[in-house]
Design a protein around this ligand. Structure first.
Ligand code: HEC
Length: 133
């Protein structure tokens, strides 16, 4: 009996890392255009941006990217362009830092949902303007 049990235990040990990896990848694998179609700008922001920028856009953990005083740099159009490819847009926007990294927006977010997201971000910037604080 002993060799049989030994064998199955070894197989279990080999399988485990694969299963753990699958579970880790599952949320990303489930992300598709339909994930974002029905979400508001605020909900998309909570899902993809809040962990770095904070609920009000004041930035978290010293990671940079505070929206304070930034409203004057952005329109809906430029913001959409920036979110698509932050590294490329940086060359046109001298106020952005050369060393800080902002990841491109999840490619599954469809165009209309991007507009809702951009409008939410502009709203956060508006709310941080001195006359609104
Ligand atoms: C991993 C952290 C991280 C995530 C996630 C992230 N950002 Fe950023 N973001 C940054 C950093 C860091 C900067 C500053 C980049 C710079 O100065 O070049 C930044 C800059 C910005 C700016 C420019 C602010 C300015 O100075 O004018 C905007 C707008 C912005 N992010 C929006 C978003 C949106 C919307 C999302 C979600 C789709 C998002 N970010 C997700 C880290 C992040």
């Amino acid at each position: 009996m002993f060799p049989v049990r030994w064998k199955s235990r070894v197989r279990g040990a080999v399988l485990a890392p694969g299963v753990a990896l699958m579970l880790a990848l599952l949320p990303a694998a489930c992300d598709g255009p339909s994930t974002y179609e029905d979400l508001s700008g605020e909900q998309i922001y909570s899902r993809l941006c809040l962990q770095c920028h904070g609920e009000q856009g004041r930035a978290l953990h010293g990671r940079g990217g505070s929206y304070l005083g930034k409203r004057k740099y952005w329109t809906r159009e430029t913001l959409l362009e920036y979110l698509q490819d932050p590294q490329a847009y940086k060359r046109k926007a001298p106020h952005l830092s050369a060393s800080r990294y902002m990841p491109p927006l999840n490619r599954h977010v469809p165009p209309e949902a991007r507009v809702r997201l951009a409008d939410h971000v502009l709203g956060l910037m508006d709310a941080l303007e001195p006359d609104r604080r």
